[in-house]
Every structure is written in C-alpha cells, then in structure tokens.
Design a binder for this molecule. Structure first.
Ligand code: AMP
Length: 127
C-alpha cells in the first residue's frame, strides 16, 4: 500500500542529535544549509554524509517541502564538498536511500558521497 503523506520528523534520530551537538561527528564541512561528516561505517575510502540543517525525514520530504534556497544551498554545498575533497577529477558517486525498499536507516534526509576508488557497478547484484 502506498503511504499517504510523510511520517512526522523524529527529533531523536541520530542525525538530529549530531546537528544539536549532542553526539560527536567527524565534520568535513558546514555552512548555513548543510553539515557534512564522515560516515561511521565507511563503504569506500571517502564516504561522507551531507545533511540539511532543517528537519526533513527523507528525500521525498526534502524535495516536496524545502524552500528553493534550501535546495539550491544543499546541492551547491554537495558540489563544493566533492571539489574540496579532491574528487572531481577521479569521480564520485552520490546516493540517497529513501524509504523501506532502499533500506533508509536514519530518518533525516542525507546524501551519501562515495569516492577514492573505482566504485564498480551501481547496484549490488542480488540472487
Ligand atoms: P541510510 O541507510 O542511507 O539511512 O544510511 C545511514 C548511514 O548513517 C549509514 O551509512 C551509517 O553508517 C551512518 N551512520 C549511522 N550513525 C552514524 C553516526 N553516528 N555518525 C556517522 N554516520 C552514521
């Protein structure tokens, strides 16, 4: 069954706590729109998470509800972070998990940035 509407934002999710400074992170970049930090369980030599400062529980929520300034600020920051990390020449991958089929674990919208090696095919093959 398709879900009607979006779930309410959970203020106790781990990224909300990181944004409030209640738990630490290995910060890579921050500005008025985003915070970026190293993933605690990296899947590549570079594995950074970029999150908006405001409360969006998923990409669906962010894309529907964020202001144009927030969306532009977010994606401009993503590009800046990749460049600052030296990934532009070698390349990188961006990934957002949204909802159950994508196995989204943390209900605060985040973009994964992977790089630092050949990343292989886009999706793991199953079965
Ligand atoms: P997703 O499945 O897209 O929701 O990914 C959540 C990501 O958050 C995973 O890659 C986790 O390793 C990462 N993660 C969970 N807790 C932390 C934390 N405290 N600091 C940094 N990354 C985290």
């Amino acid at each position: 069954m398709p879900q009607i509407g979006l779930p309410p934002y959970d203020d106790q999710n781990i990224f909300a706590k990181i944004l409030r400074g209640q738990i630490p992170c290995r910060k890579v970049y921050e500005d008025e729109w985003v915070l970026a930090f190293q993933d605690i369980n990296p899947q590549a030599p570079v594995h950074v998470l970029v999150i908006p400062r405001e409360k969006y529980c998923s990409f669906a929520d962010f894309s529907a509800s964020a202001s144009e300034a927030e969306i532009a600020g977010f994606f401009r920051a993503v590009g800046k972070i990749a460049k600052t990390l030296g990934l532009e020449d070698s390349g990188y991958r961006l990934l957002a998990n949204m909802g159950a089929d994508a196995h989204q674990e943390v209900p605060h919208f985040h973009l994964h940035m992977f790089g630092g090696r050949r990343l292989g095919p886009m999706l793991a093959r199953q079965g």
